[in-house]
Design a protein around this ligand. Structure first.
Ligand code: NZQ
Ligand code: ZN
Length: 386
């Protein structure tokens, strides 16, 4: 195993009615709150009213309208409010998009200069407002990690901001909030969780047996419950298992002792920056194609282990077993209702060359990945996705 540090400062409150702790917990950070949320789902579900009534002793300012694939302009607007009103704590009520916007706002509010500077040079993140989260969709793990993904529409870059200062201090994770998710978002979130585990599972160092074994358990959980949550949105067992899986999948636990770059996410981020598609949809399309592309005699053992441990495939020909694991992965995405080609996701023009170049230009990940990818490799993978 590689050396590692493991230090996550997020206080997780998991389960039904945990929201009751909000007034007490927020008081640790101040009285002036910026409440940030998305396009209106929290108003439709009644969660907005609950939060507002719990915060009746607080001075609350609002930043609504955070878009899926959040934009830099929203971050700039939030930072401006924080500076003007002297905000002391930011409360994100929503999913990865809202939380990620809050992370960038939290450091931009403490910085004298353009918010995008902090994306380009992480050493400039020296201070951040505290962030609390009420999670309404399980997918990204943003509720317990230090990263946030923001799109700069002018440059068409979708990049990750990251700093230990950006861990949420508090995350309230109530699985009943997931009951109202549209089927597409449940499916996309499920794919995202699985993809986070896969990115860490397929990495050069395979001596971290405990980490890989935990990863297999999380993947089996996601596969067991993803379809159940779609077929029965109010199944608490399914929702709660998926919700905790999403947190564990990207809170650093499944990468300890390992190391290396990611492959599918950096490609997907360019696709969603160019076409504004849902992150999980892009992952469902690209993941099986990436798997087929990197399956060789060097990687077959790891794919065989994945197929056996996660999908329960048996047999004696390891290539056949590995291929069956990849096919099962794709079938699973299909069973969730995910499109499997760019065309099926509504992408009918061809900017593959441009996207491949952009992915390679903006990411060092490919050089450290499980199988190193060149710009031509990325182009080939994207061509397989057409
Ligand atoms: O905007 P509202 O109206 O709230 O609706 C949202 C949105 O349309 C809706 N929704 C959320 N909770 C709901 C609900 N609808 C009904 N009932 C509920 N309980 O779902 C839609 C998607 O929300 P969003 O926050 O965009 O989803 P997600 O959590 O999947 O976040 C995706 C973003 O996170 C980034 C992605 O690239 C994408 O920009 N990622 C962030 C990561 C991180 N911070 O660590 C890692 C990931 O790999 C990912 O890149
Ligand atoms: Zn993701």
């Amino acid at each position: 195993m590689n050396n590692f540090t493991f230090n996550i400062p997020t206080d997780i409150r998991f389960g039904k009615d945990q929201i009751e702790c909000l007034p007490n917990e927020l008081s640790k950070y101040g009285n002036k709150v910026l409440l940030v949320y998305g396009g209106g789902s929290i108003k439709r579900t009644g969660l907005y009213d609950t939060v507002i009534s719990l915060l009746d002793k607080y001075e609350v300012y609002e930043l609504p309208g955070i878009e899926p694939n959040p934009k830099l302009t929203s971050v700039e607007e939030g930072a401006k409010i924080c500076k003007e009103k002297g905000i002391e704590v930011i409360l994100a009520v929503g999913g990865g998009s809202t939380i990620d916007a809050c992370k960038h706002i939290a450091c931009a509010a403490c910085y004298d200069g353009p918010a995008w500077d902090l994306m380009m040079d992480r050493s400039k993140i020296t201070k951040a407002l505290p962030i609390a989260v009420v999670l309404t969709i399980c997918a990204t793990g943003s509720e317990m990690n230090s990263g946030g993904v923001i799109t700069n529409e002018d440059t068409k870059e979708k990049l990750e901001i990251n700093s230990p200062l950006l861990y949420p201090r508090l995350s309230i994770c109530d699985p009943t909030y997931l009951y109202t998710l549209p089927q597409k978002q449940t499916a996309a979130g499920t794919v995202d969780i699985l993809s986070h585990v896969l990115e860490q599972y397929f990495q050069p160092n395979d001596e971290a047996y405990i980490t890989d074994t935990l990863s297999e358990a999380v993947m089996r959980t996601v596969i067991k419950y993803g379809k159940v949550a779609i077929d029965n949105p109010t199944d608490y067992e399914a929702r709660s298992n998926l919700m905790w899986s999403s947190t564990v999948a990207l809170n650093h636990l499944l990468t300890v002792g390992k190391g290396g770059g990611w492959s599918v996410h950096p490609i997907e981020h360019v696709v969603s920056a160019f076409y504004d598609i849902t992150h999980g949809v892009g992952l469902a399309i690209i993941t099986p194609k990436w798997m087929r592309f990197v399956l060789t005699s060097n990687t077959v053992d790891r794919f065989e282990r994945y197929a056996k441990e996660v999908w329960g495939i048996t047999g004696s020909d390891k290539y056949a077993i590995a291929m069956e694991g990849i096919e099962k992965t794709e079938e699973f995405f299909k069973s969730l209702g995910m499109p499997l080609t760019l065309y099926d996701a509504g992408i009918t023009d061809d900017r593959i060359k441009e996207m491949a170049k952009e992915a390679y230009r903006t990411n060092n990940e490919f050089k450290r990945a499980y199988v190193k990818l060149s710009v031509d490799d990325i182009e080939n993978i994207l061509n397989m996705c057409k």
